[in-house]
Design a protein around this ligand. Sequence first.
Ligand code: FPP
Ligand code: MG
Length: 309
Amino acid sequence: MSWVSDYEYTFLQRQTLRVLRICRHIPHHVAFVMDGNRRFAKSKDIDKIEGHSRGFEKLADCLNWCLEIGIREVTTFAFSIENFKRSTDEVEGLFNLAREKFSKLLEESDRLNEHGIRIRVIGSIELLPQDLQKLIATAMLRTERNDKLFLNIAFSYTSRDEITQAVETVLNHERHLEEIGDNEDRLLSQDINERLLEECLYTRHSSPPDLVFRTSGETRLSDFLMWQLSSSVLYFTNVLWPQITIWNFFASIFVYQRASCRLEAFRGKERIRSAKLAKISDFYSSRVQTFLQKLDIFRRKELIKLASN
Ligand code: FPP
Ligand code: MG
């Protein structure tokens, strides 16, 4: 099963796609919380891991729908740090599924390049088995030039961990400069603010999700993108993730479109606030910009190291 399925659209689905695209805004970035795989497995009397595997197949359909409707960025919650607390069998099963899918991704990277899909895994990947880290890093580097659809996979991720690592990134940088006696590049206390921390998140190069789609009737965020979702439209459905259809997806787009006017007004105000903060805190100073450039270089080097391990 590929990362993008060969979904066959019916005439009515094509017409609906067209109407949704013509009528109003299409969200730029959609986040999926793929919940309900085990309940689905139980209802069908199949193994849990088969339920997760069906969940992956649904993700591949979703990617096809997103590409077709013109969504440019997708973030999906595939493995929470909390999921390490599940049984060893299930955790190993999920890792094996990820191994299989990332290996497949590397085999079919031409197809991903054709669709222009860039894969980014967000999370504490150092907590994962080493071979999986290598596969993930290779997949990220292999697709890094693509820019048509950004697919962010939250794997070994929680928001609290992401925010903690953002603070650690700043602290480690300062500690390093202190050790080497470089006082010129050191950040000033006014540089360390909301704007800077945001730039240290894994989602540094993404805009916040416009729409969050969560399945299985749970109406929680489960420590997913909590920083980034302050103004997103939330869409919850009772359907279990492996059972969603394109009509559930269309319904979420419709709900987003109804809410998008108010969302735009709110975001406009947020942009003004953020610009003011950047001005007050001298966000565009060479100190801060050098720090951010170094951060990108450091993160890429880490990936290269993992991929060559
Ligand atoms: C939540 O359902 C789903 C997960 C914890 C795993 C989702 C993972 C996949 C669909 C595979 C993705 C793999 C890659 C490589 C992207 P649940 O287990 O919480 O089910 P429940 O709510 O019914 O208990
Ligand atoms: Mg669940």
